[in-house]
Design a protein around this ligand. Structure first.
Ligand SMILES: Nc1ncnc2c1ncn2[C@@H]1O[C@H](COP(=O)(O)OP(=O)(O)O)[C@@H](O)[C@H]1O
Ligand SMILES: [Mg+2]
Length: 321
């Protein structure tokens, strides 16, 4: 094994799943390295959930293979999966129990000590809502509780199937921020999404999948293309209530490569050396700048792949922080 191979957390090799007459996953080959936030991006029906199902062991591949932490045999995979946390859809929580009691049950099932529960509730911002009944939670809170349950065994690899599905922009932002925190802690994250927008803002790497086949894979920067100025990876349009404070904070941001006033509507177009818009959002929030809009300036990912995907992706309009 070489140095490079040691950091591979997920690897698939021509992984394939056929359901009778449906080729759901067609020779998917990808590799996810430690610390990446890997977006598995494709329209509905493109085989994302089926692929994740194979990784977590509830769907048997028809052909091809995969490894988790280098494990390939069923026995090895059983051990490797103790290092994995996965959320396929909102798990079956008990509606009349509080969020905390629900986690208590999940912890018992997983054989995890109770001491992790409050940590995980805090991580997802439900620390003060743990006693409230699950049925009173908003969809965003339910999704965050699911994330907390996923984190109970402190997994190194976190697999999330459409974590933003059905959430409003506020809920999406909360999920994105939690993913940012997990990434900062060095977790490897594999998430599926049909939202270009979300992947572009959340992920370091992306595989674009269509009808079970990967049409493009690489870092978000690679996939977006190297046509930005000043060593920029992405440009973002940022608006806030106070242009002067916004400008000061953007100038001080370590990843800022260029800065110019937006064409109209106020705010700035900032060129960034990193594609971590969540990080920029936190930076501004920490400086008391109330951001009313923060989004990639060029819809580059969409531009790059609209042809390949024939416009099947959900539109990216109307979502702002
Ligand atoms: N258990 C199953 N039996 C038959 N067909 C399935 C099954 N699960 C998924 N499919 C089909 O496989 C394709 C991919 O589905 P899925 O993996 O759920 O896509 P995605 O998660 O990207 O929306 C779809 O055509 C779907 O109808
Ligand atoms: Mg799915």
């Amino acid at each position: 094994m070489t140095e490079g191979e040691k950091t591979v957390v997920v690897e698939t090799d021509e992984l394939t799943k056929r359901f009778k007459d449906v080729l759901a996953v067609d020779q998917v080959t990808l590799s996810v390295e430690r610390g990446q936030v890997f977006g598995f991006l494709g329209p509905n029906g493109s085989g994302k959930t089926t692929t994740i199902g194979m990784l977590v062991g509830i769907v048997t591949p028809t052909a091809g293979s995969f490894s988790l932490f280098g494990a390939t045999s069923p026995r090895q995979l059983l051990a490797a999966r103790t290092r994995v946390g996965a959320t396929l859809e909102t798990p079956n929580f008990y509606p009349y129990l509080g969020g905390r009691d629900n986690l208590l049950i999940a912890a018992r099932v997983k054989g995890v000590g109770d001491e992790r529960i409050d940590e995980c509730l805090d991580l997802v911002g439900l620390g003060d809502r743990g006693k409230h009944k699950f049925k009173t939670y908003s969809l965003g809170m339910k999704q965050r509780l699911a994330l907390a349950a996923t984190m109970l065994n402190d997994p190194e690899l976190i697999i999330l199937d459409e974590p933003s599905n059905g959430l409003d922009p506020q809920g999406m932002r909360e999920v994105r921020e939690i993913i940012g925190v997990l990434a900062d802690r060095g977790k490897t994250i594999f998430l599926s999404s049909h939202l270009l927008w979300e992947v572009e803002r959340t992920c370091t790497h992306v595989a674009i999948v269509r009808k079970g086949r990967i049409v493009k894979v690489g870092s978000v920067a690679e996939v977006v293309g190297g046509h930005h100025a000043h060593g920029e990876i992405v440009a973002a349009l940022v608006r806030a209530d106070d242009d002067e404070r916004l400008q000061t904070a953007l100038e001080a941001y370590p990843e800022t490569a260029s800065l110019q006033p937006a064409e109209d509507g106020g705010g700035f177009v900032v060129g960034l050396r990193s594609d971590d818009l969540a990080g920029l959002n936190r930076w501004l929030a920490d400086r008391g700048v109330y951001v009313s809009h923060l989004a990639p300036h060029r819809r580059s990912l969409e531009d790059a792949f609209i042809g390949l995907t024939e416009g099947e992706f959900a539109p990216m309009t109307g979502i702002a922080s």
